[in-house]
Design a protein around this ligand. Sequence first.
Ligand code: NAD
Length: 288
Amino acid sequence: DKKVVLITGCSSGIGLSLAVRLASDPDKTFKVYATMRNLSKKERLLESVKGLHRDTLDILQMDVTDRQSILDARDRVVEKRINILVCNAGVGLMGPLEVQSLNSMRHILEVNLLGTIQTIQAFLPQMKAQSQGRILVTGSTGGLHGLPFNEVYCASKFAIEGACESLAILLKHFNIHVSLIECGPVNTDFLVNLKKTELGDTSLQQVDTQTQRLYEKYLQHCRSVFQNAAQDTEDIVKVFLDAIQSPSPAFRYFTSTTGPPVTQLKATEPDDSYISAMSKIIFSTEEQ
Ligand code: NAD
């Protein structure tokens, strides 16, 4: 029997790569339901899988902020079961907190936090009933440590950590494994798709010059981090596969070893060591 996998956010990035890899598995181990908010964006996925995958791939519409679309997608799974649920859809929000509208903050929380939670909710009863399953969530190092100018994004990703940790404790009793795949920077459309305050935006002119200057520095830092240290989606997909293939998957997987040491500072040094270290990394020598 094939393992039935449902993935959210498959029109680009990590979700797309994972869907392609699983649907093209040489042993045809998986039946993949690649879901996306906007089906008109399915061409990229179809081009990437190349050839016919009638028995291993199906594409469904699913907007994680729309409960009915989640339920509709669930009902279109012909096997009537999901073995592996991958909650991957997510968006970013970057800029000084003062300029963020309530609507854009709400949207990030709705997609990243409530979107993930209500997707899990929809599949939980069936997974519990079959006493078997995997829930994989694309986490972020921004869910483990704070980043300036990403307050609401980090808040949404921190919240996911709490939700997943809580669920993992309970779902152990149902033979359902929850795993977070913690990613640092990854080469995807994420930076294009995120809502970002641009340096020329009039809203930015309204914040103090000190913040403007630090924001400019942050954007430089961000650019260089993505240029120098970003992983490719294939690297991330390998970690997903590790988690999928392991008989007893870990709760957290780190896709790269460059992230965790800073995070560890938080656990080992409860003073402000982490805050100072991150400030130094991003803003260099000033503003400690
Ligand atoms: P991406 O922008 O290419 O992919 C995100 C996908 O989510 C897109 O296909 C988008 O259409 C989809 N999406 C957005 N809103 C949706 C909604 N309401 N319903 C359904 N789908 C929706 O970027 P990515 O890097 O592949 O992002 C995937 C996940 O990885 C996200 O959760 C992101 O937070 C996380 N992540 C990314 C990075 C990075 O540097 N790229 C780092 C850490 C974590």
